[in-house]
Design a protein around this ligand. Structure first.
Ligand code: GLV
Ligand code: MN
Ligand code: MN
Length: 386
Protein backbone atom coordinates (compact mmCIF):
# COMPACT_ATOMS: atom_id res chain seq x y z
CA UNK A 1 0.00 0.00 0.00
CA UNK A 2 2.82 2.38 0.85
CA UNK A 3 4.38 1.86 -2.57
CA UNK A 4 1.03 2.69 -4.24
CA UNK A 5 0.86 6.02 -2.41
CA UNK A 6 4.50 7.07 -2.71
CA UNK A 7 4.38 8.80 -6.13
CA UNK A 8 1.00 10.53 -5.75
CA UNK A 9 1.40 14.31 -5.45
CA UNK A 10 5.15 14.07 -4.88
CA UNK A 11 7.39 16.97 -5.90
CA UNK A 12 10.47 15.87 -7.84
CA UNK A 13 12.23 19.03 -6.65
CA UNK A 14 11.79 18.64 -2.87
CA UNK A 15 10.54 15.08 -2.35
CA UNK A 16 7.61 16.62 -0.44
CA UNK A 17 3.90 16.18 -1.13
CA UNK A 18 1.16 18.48 -2.35
CA UNK A 19 -2.12 16.70 -1.78
CA UNK A 20 -4.55 19.51 -1.28
CA UNK A 21 -8.21 18.52 -0.99
CA UNK A 22 -10.29 18.25 -4.16
CA UNK A 23 -7.19 18.40 -6.37
CA UNK A 24 -6.22 15.53 -8.66
CA UNK A 25 -3.63 14.06 -6.25
CA UNK A 26 -6.04 13.93 -3.33
CA UNK A 27 -8.91 12.60 -5.47
CA UNK A 28 -6.57 9.87 -6.73
CA UNK A 29 -5.75 8.93 -3.13
CA UNK A 30 -9.41 8.79 -2.15
CA UNK A 31 -10.19 6.61 -5.21
CA UNK A 32 -7.31 4.34 -4.15
CA UNK A 33 -8.80 4.15 -0.65
CA UNK A 34 -12.25 3.20 -1.98
CA UNK A 35 -10.62 0.42 -4.05
CA UNK A 36 -8.64 -0.89 -1.09
CA UNK A 37 -11.74 -0.85 1.11
CA UNK A 38 -13.85 -2.60 -1.53
CA UNK A 39 -11.11 -5.21 -2.08
CA UNK A 40 -11.48 -6.07 1.61
CA UNK A 41 -15.23 -6.38 1.31
CA UNK A 42 -15.81 -3.19 3.31
CA UNK A 43 -19.02 -1.34 2.50
CA UNK A 44 -17.98 2.15 1.40
CA UNK A 45 -20.06 5.20 2.32
CA UNK A 46 -19.17 8.74 1.26
CA UNK A 47 -20.80 11.98 2.35
CA UNK A 48 -21.45 15.14 0.36
CA UNK A 49 -17.93 16.56 0.80
CA UNK A 50 -16.06 13.29 0.29
CA UNK A 51 -15.48 12.04 3.85
CA UNK A 52 -15.46 8.26 3.41
CA UNK A 53 -15.89 5.23 5.68
CA UNK A 54 -15.46 1.60 4.72
CA UNK A 55 -17.48 -0.58 7.10
CA UNK A 56 -16.61 -4.12 8.05
CA UNK A 57 -19.46 -6.11 9.54
CA UNK A 58 -22.98 -5.16 10.30
CA UNK A 59 -23.02 -6.27 13.94
CA UNK A 60 -25.23 -4.42 16.32
CA UNK A 61 -24.18 -1.70 18.70
CA UNK A 62 -22.14 1.45 18.25
CA UNK A 63 -19.45 1.24 15.61
CA UNK A 64 -15.72 1.47 16.26
CA UNK A 65 -14.08 3.86 13.80
CA UNK A 66 -10.39 4.15 12.91
CA UNK A 67 -8.56 6.02 10.13
CA UNK A 68 -7.14 9.49 9.46
CA UNK A 69 -6.71 11.76 6.42
CA UNK A 70 -4.98 11.68 3.02
CA UNK A 71 -4.52 15.42 2.34
CA UNK A 72 -1.19 17.11 3.08
CA UNK A 73 0.15 20.53 3.92
CA UNK A 74 2.01 22.36 1.16
CA UNK A 75 5.27 20.41 0.64
CA UNK A 76 4.39 18.01 3.45
CA UNK A 77 5.73 14.62 4.42
CA UNK A 78 4.49 11.19 3.35
CA UNK A 79 3.24 10.04 6.74
CA UNK A 80 1.04 12.76 8.27
CA UNK A 81 -2.39 11.34 7.54
CA UNK A 82 -1.71 8.43 5.15
CA UNK A 83 0.06 6.39 7.84
CA UNK A 84 -3.18 6.33 9.85
CA UNK A 85 -5.24 5.25 6.82
CA UNK A 86 -2.83 2.56 5.63
CA UNK A 87 -2.37 1.28 9.20
CA UNK A 88 -6.15 1.10 9.65
CA UNK A 89 -6.52 -1.05 6.52
CA UNK A 90 -3.57 -3.19 7.62
CA UNK A 91 -5.12 -3.53 11.10
CA UNK A 92 -8.30 -4.90 9.50
CA UNK A 93 -6.10 -7.47 7.73
CA UNK A 94 -4.39 -8.34 11.03
CA UNK A 95 -7.72 -8.76 12.84
CA UNK A 96 -8.90 -11.11 10.11
CA UNK A 97 -5.66 -13.09 10.38
CA UNK A 98 -6.34 -13.35 14.11
CA UNK A 99 -9.80 -14.73 13.38
CA UNK A 100 -11.61 -11.75 14.90
CA UNK A 101 -15.24 -11.45 13.80
CA UNK A 102 -16.47 -8.01 14.91
CA UNK A 103 -19.64 -8.12 16.94
CA UNK A 104 -20.03 -4.41 16.23
CA UNK A 105 -19.31 -2.61 12.95
CA UNK A 106 -15.68 -1.58 12.46
CA UNK A 107 -15.11 1.38 10.12
CA UNK A 108 -12.00 2.70 8.38
CA UNK A 109 -12.45 6.41 7.70
CA UNK A 110 -10.81 9.12 5.63
CA UNK A 111 -11.62 12.75 6.42
CA UNK A 112 -11.10 15.52 3.86
CA UNK A 113 -9.17 18.80 4.36
CA UNK A 114 -7.74 17.85 7.77
CA UNK A 115 -4.86 20.26 7.31
CA UNK A 116 -6.97 23.22 6.28
CA UNK A 117 -4.24 23.84 3.71
CA UNK A 118 -6.68 24.91 1.01
CA UNK A 119 -9.73 26.51 2.66
CA UNK A 120 -8.12 27.62 5.93
CA UNK A 121 -10.32 25.69 8.38
CA UNK A 122 -8.44 22.82 10.00
CA UNK A 123 -10.37 19.51 10.19
CA UNK A 124 -13.01 20.90 7.84
CA UNK A 125 -14.23 17.42 6.84
CA UNK A 126 -14.48 16.03 10.36
CA UNK A 127 -16.07 19.26 11.65
CA UNK A 128 -18.74 18.89 8.96
CA UNK A 129 -19.21 15.19 9.66
CA UNK A 130 -19.75 15.86 13.37
CA UNK A 131 -22.03 18.83 12.72
CA UNK A 132 -19.80 21.25 14.63
CA UNK A 133 -19.88 23.40 11.47
CA UNK A 134 -22.62 23.39 8.85
CA UNK A 135 -22.29 23.47 5.09
CA UNK A 136 -23.73 27.00 5.16
CA UNK A 137 -20.86 28.02 7.49
CA UNK A 138 -18.16 26.84 5.10
CA UNK A 139 -19.41 26.81 1.50
CA UNK A 140 -18.27 30.41 1.00
CA UNK A 141 -14.67 29.79 2.12
CA UNK A 142 -12.19 30.53 -0.66
CA UNK A 143 -8.78 29.10 -1.51
CA UNK A 144 -5.66 31.07 -2.51
CA UNK A 145 -7.01 31.50 -6.04
CA UNK A 146 -10.35 32.81 -4.83
CA UNK A 147 -12.17 29.56 -5.68
CA UNK A 148 -15.19 28.95 -3.41
CA UNK A 149 -15.53 25.62 -1.64
CA UNK A 150 -19.14 25.54 -2.81
CA UNK A 151 -17.91 25.64 -6.41
CA UNK A 152 -15.49 22.76 -5.88
CA UNK A 153 -17.82 20.26 -4.27
CA UNK A 154 -21.58 20.06 -4.07
CA UNK A 155 -21.52 19.75 -0.27
CA UNK A 156 -24.28 19.41 2.26
CA UNK A 157 -24.82 17.91 5.66
CA UNK A 158 -23.39 14.54 6.65
CA UNK A 159 -24.79 11.56 8.51
CA UNK A 160 -21.63 9.51 8.01
CA UNK A 161 -20.80 9.30 11.70
CA UNK A 162 -24.25 8.28 12.88
CA UNK A 163 -23.82 5.11 14.89
CA UNK A 164 -20.11 5.70 15.58
CA UNK A 165 -19.39 4.92 19.24
CA UNK A 166 -15.68 5.71 19.37
CA UNK A 167 -12.71 6.69 17.17
CA UNK A 168 -9.07 5.62 17.34
CA UNK A 169 -6.60 7.45 15.08
CA UNK A 170 -3.03 6.31 14.51
CA UNK A 171 -0.61 9.07 13.47
CA UNK A 172 3.08 9.56 12.88
CA UNK A 173 4.57 11.40 15.85
CA UNK A 174 5.35 15.01 14.96
CA UNK A 175 8.13 15.52 17.50
CA UNK A 176 10.95 13.61 19.16
CA UNK A 177 9.33 12.33 22.36
CA UNK A 178 9.23 8.66 21.29
CA UNK A 179 12.83 8.85 20.03
CA UNK A 180 13.94 10.17 23.41
CA UNK A 181 11.86 7.55 25.24
CA UNK A 182 13.18 4.77 22.97
CA UNK A 183 9.62 3.58 22.23
CA UNK A 184 8.12 2.70 18.82
CA UNK A 185 4.54 3.49 19.85
CA UNK A 186 2.94 6.01 22.22
CA UNK A 187 -0.51 7.12 23.31
CA UNK A 188 -1.85 10.69 23.15
CA UNK A 189 -3.12 12.28 26.34
CA UNK A 190 -4.62 15.31 24.62
CA UNK A 191 -4.19 18.17 22.16
CA UNK A 192 -3.19 21.71 23.03
CA UNK A 193 -5.69 24.41 22.09
CA UNK A 194 -4.59 26.12 18.90
CA UNK A 195 -5.75 28.19 15.97
CA UNK A 196 -5.09 30.43 13.01
CA UNK A 197 -5.59 34.17 12.86
CA UNK A 198 -5.36 36.21 9.67
CA UNK A 199 -3.62 39.59 10.06
CA UNK A 200 -4.40 42.05 7.23
CA UNK A 201 -2.00 45.01 7.19
CA UNK A 202 -2.90 47.93 4.91
CA UNK A 203 -0.46 50.66 3.85
CA UNK A 204 0.14 53.00 0.95
CA UNK A 205 1.68 51.85 -2.31
CA UNK A 206 4.41 54.16 -3.55
CA UNK A 207 7.76 54.36 -5.32
CA UNK A 208 10.63 52.49 -3.61
CA UNK A 209 13.14 55.17 -4.64
CA UNK A 210 11.39 58.52 -4.50
CA UNK A 211 9.45 58.03 -1.24
CA UNK A 212 11.47 59.31 1.73
CA UNK A 213 11.76 56.80 4.57
CA UNK A 214 9.86 59.12 6.92
CA UNK A 215 6.98 59.49 4.43
CA UNK A 216 6.15 55.79 4.07
CA UNK A 217 3.21 53.73 5.28
CA UNK A 218 4.80 50.33 4.69
CA UNK A 219 2.73 47.30 5.80
CA UNK A 220 5.74 44.95 5.45
CA UNK A 221 7.41 46.90 8.23
CA UNK A 222 4.35 46.53 10.48
CA UNK A 223 4.10 42.83 9.65
CA UNK A 224 7.82 42.28 10.33
CA UNK A 225 7.63 43.91 13.75
CA UNK A 226 4.51 41.86 14.50
CA UNK A 227 6.30 38.62 13.58
CA UNK A 228 9.15 39.52 15.93
CA UNK A 229 6.65 40.38 18.67
CA UNK A 230 4.85 37.04 18.19
CA UNK A 231 8.10 35.16 18.58
CA UNK A 232 9.02 37.12 21.69
CA UNK A 233 5.56 36.73 23.27
CA UNK A 234 5.60 32.96 22.72
CA UNK A 235 9.08 32.66 24.20
CA UNK A 236 8.04 34.70 27.24
CA UNK A 237 5.45 31.98 27.90
CA UNK A 238 8.03 29.18 27.24
CA UNK A 239 7.91 26.22 27.14
CA UNK A 240 4.15 26.25 26.76
CA UNK A 241 3.47 28.45 23.75
CA UNK A 242 4.15 28.45 20.02
CA UNK A 243 3.64 31.29 17.55
CA UNK A 244 4.38 31.04 13.82
CA UNK A 245 3.76 33.22 10.79
CA UNK A 246 4.19 30.50 8.14
CA UNK A 247 2.21 32.08 5.34
CA UNK A 248 2.48 35.63 4.02
CA UNK A 249 1.05 37.35 0.95
CA UNK A 250 2.36 40.73 -0.15
CA UNK A 251 0.54 42.89 -2.69
CA UNK A 252 1.38 43.85 -5.29
CA UNK A 253 4.69 42.03 -4.58
CA UNK A 254 6.92 44.19 -6.78
CA UNK A 255 10.58 44.71 -5.99
CA UNK A 256 10.62 48.47 -6.57
CA UNK A 257 7.33 49.45 -4.93
CA UNK A 258 6.28 49.91 -1.32
CA UNK A 259 3.49 47.34 -0.88
CA UNK A 260 -0.11 48.34 -0.28
CA UNK A 261 -1.12 45.24 1.64
CA UNK A 262 0.25 42.28 3.57
CA UNK A 263 -1.85 39.34 4.71
CA UNK A 264 -0.14 37.02 7.16
CA UNK A 265 -1.44 34.04 9.09
CA UNK A 266 -0.55 33.53 12.74
CA UNK A 267 -0.61 29.90 13.91
CA UNK A 268 -0.67 29.97 17.72
CA UNK A 269 -0.78 27.10 20.23
CA UNK A 270 -0.61 26.98 24.03
CA UNK A 271 -1.04 24.38 26.75
CA UNK A 272 -4.19 26.10 28.05
CA UNK A 273 -7.04 28.10 26.54
CA UNK A 274 -6.52 31.22 28.74
CA UNK A 275 -2.83 31.24 27.75
CA UNK A 276 -3.75 31.00 24.05
CA UNK A 277 -6.25 33.85 24.35
CA UNK A 278 -3.65 35.96 26.14
CA UNK A 279 -0.95 35.18 23.55
CA UNK A 280 -3.13 36.16 20.58
CA UNK A 281 -4.28 39.32 22.42
CA UNK A 282 -0.67 40.30 23.12
CA UNK A 283 0.39 39.81 19.48
CA UNK A 284 -2.65 41.77 18.30
CA UNK A 285 -1.85 44.60 20.72
CA UNK A 286 1.71 44.82 19.39
CA UNK A 287 0.44 44.81 15.79
CA UNK A 288 -2.04 47.62 16.47
CA UNK A 289 0.54 49.74 18.33
CA UNK A 290 3.09 49.25 15.58
CA UNK A 291 0.54 50.07 12.85
CA UNK A 292 -0.18 53.37 14.57
CA UNK A 293 3.51 54.18 14.54
CA UNK A 294 3.91 53.16 10.87
CA UNK A 295 0.81 54.95 9.56
CA UNK A 296 -0.66 51.60 8.51
CA UNK A 297 -3.67 49.68 9.80
CA UNK A 298 -4.31 46.09 10.82
CA UNK A 299 -7.38 43.91 11.18
CA UNK A 300 -7.31 40.47 12.78
CA UNK A 301 -9.73 37.66 11.90
CA UNK A 302 -9.92 34.24 13.56
CA UNK A 303 -10.07 31.65 10.76
CA UNK A 304 -9.74 28.32 12.59
CA UNK A 305 -9.85 27.77 16.35
CA UNK A 306 -9.66 24.41 18.12
CA UNK A 307 -10.15 24.04 21.88
CA UNK A 308 -8.20 21.82 24.27
CA UNK A 309 -8.85 18.08 23.88
CA UNK A 310 -8.45 15.32 26.48
CA UNK A 311 -8.54 11.91 24.90
CA UNK A 312 -10.61 8.98 26.12
CA UNK A 313 -7.79 7.04 27.75
CA UNK A 314 -9.91 4.03 28.78
CA UNK A 315 -10.08 3.22 25.05
CA UNK A 316 -6.35 2.55 24.92
CA UNK A 317 -5.14 2.25 28.52
CA UNK A 318 -5.92 -1.44 28.99
CA UNK A 319 -3.64 -2.27 26.04
CA UNK A 320 -1.20 0.60 26.62
CA UNK A 321 -0.67 -0.47 30.23
CA UNK A 322 0.14 -4.06 29.23
CA UNK A 323 2.49 -2.91 26.48
CA UNK A 324 4.04 -0.04 28.48
CA UNK A 325 3.40 2.55 25.78
CA UNK A 326 4.34 6.07 26.91
CA UNK A 327 1.66 8.77 27.12
CA UNK A 328 2.31 12.14 25.45
CA UNK A 329 0.46 15.39 24.85
CA UNK A 330 0.54 16.84 21.36
CA UNK A 331 0.59 20.36 20.00
CA UNK A 332 -0.77 19.20 16.62
CA UNK A 333 -4.41 19.15 15.58
CA UNK A 334 -6.14 15.96 14.42
CA UNK A 335 -9.52 14.67 13.28
CA UNK A 336 -9.59 12.71 16.55
CA UNK A 337 -9.67 16.12 18.28
CA UNK A 338 -12.65 17.23 16.18
CA UNK A 339 -14.55 14.01 16.93
CA UNK A 340 -13.67 14.22 20.63
CA UNK A 341 -14.87 17.86 20.77
CA UNK A 342 -18.18 16.66 19.30
CA UNK A 343 -18.63 14.11 22.10
CA UNK A 344 -17.39 10.96 20.32
CA UNK A 345 -14.97 9.18 22.70
CA UNK A 346 -11.65 9.31 20.83
CA UNK A 347 -8.06 8.22 21.30
CA UNK A 348 -4.78 8.35 19.40
CA UNK A 349 -1.69 6.24 18.93
CA UNK A 350 1.61 7.72 17.75
CA UNK A 351 4.35 5.98 15.78
CA UNK A 352 7.97 7.05 16.36
CA UNK A 353 9.41 9.54 13.88
CA UNK A 354 13.22 9.31 13.93
CA UNK A 355 13.73 12.78 12.47
CA UNK A 356 11.20 14.37 14.84
CA UNK A 357 10.30 16.59 11.85
CA UNK A 358 6.80 16.92 10.41
CA UNK A 359 4.93 19.12 7.90
CA UNK A 360 8.14 18.78 5.88
CA UNK A 361 9.60 16.25 3.43
CA UNK A 362 11.95 15.14 6.25
CA UNK A 363 9.08 13.48 8.16
CA UNK A 364 9.80 9.76 8.48
CA UNK A 365 8.93 6.47 10.16
CA UNK A 366 10.86 3.21 9.91
CA UNK A 367 8.95 0.24 8.53
CA UNK A 368 9.50 -1.79 11.72
CA UNK A 369 7.88 0.99 13.75
CA UNK A 370 5.01 1.27 11.27
CA UNK A 371 4.40 -2.47 11.67
CA UNK A 372 4.52 -2.08 15.46
CA UNK A 373 1.91 0.66 15.02
CA UNK A 374 -0.36 -1.64 12.98
CA UNK A 375 -0.06 -4.32 15.67
CA UNK A 376 -0.82 -1.73 18.36
CA UNK A 377 -3.84 -0.43 16.50
CA UNK A 378 -5.12 -3.98 15.91
CA UNK A 379 -4.75 -4.68 19.65
CA UNK A 380 -6.68 -1.55 20.60
CA UNK A 381 -9.42 -2.22 18.03
CA UNK A 382 -9.77 -5.83 19.13
CA UNK A 383 -10.14 -4.65 22.74
CA UNK A 384 -12.68 -1.97 21.72
CA UNK A 385 -14.75 -4.51 19.80
CA UNK A 386 -15.18 -6.72 22.87
C1 GLV B 1 -2.25 19.72 11.80
O1 GLV B 1 -1.39 18.93 11.47
C2 GLV B 1 -1.89 20.88 12.56
O2 GLV B 1 -1.83 20.81 13.77
O3 GLV B 1 -1.60 21.91 11.95
MN1 MN C 1 -0.63 17.77 9.78
MN1 MN D 1 -2.42 14.64 10.42
Amino acid sequence: MWADLAPVGRSAATGGYLRQPWTSAELELRAWFAEQAAARGLVVETDAVGNTVGWWGTGTGPGVLTGSHLDSVVDGGAYDGPLGVVSALAAVDRLRERGVVPSRPLGVGVFVEEEGSRFGLACLGSRLATGSVTWADVEGLTDRDGVRLGDVVEGGSSSLLEGVGCFVELHVEQGRALVDLDAPVGVASGIWPHGRWRFDFAGTADHAGTTRMEDRADPVLTFSMTALAANKQARLAAPDARATFGRVEVAPNGTNAIPSRVSAWLDARCSSEPALTALVAAVTEHAVARAERDGTSVTVTAESVSGAVSFERPLVDPVAGRRRWPVLPTQAGHDAGALSAAGIPSAMLFVRNPTGVSHSPAEHAEIADCLAGVEALADVLEESLR
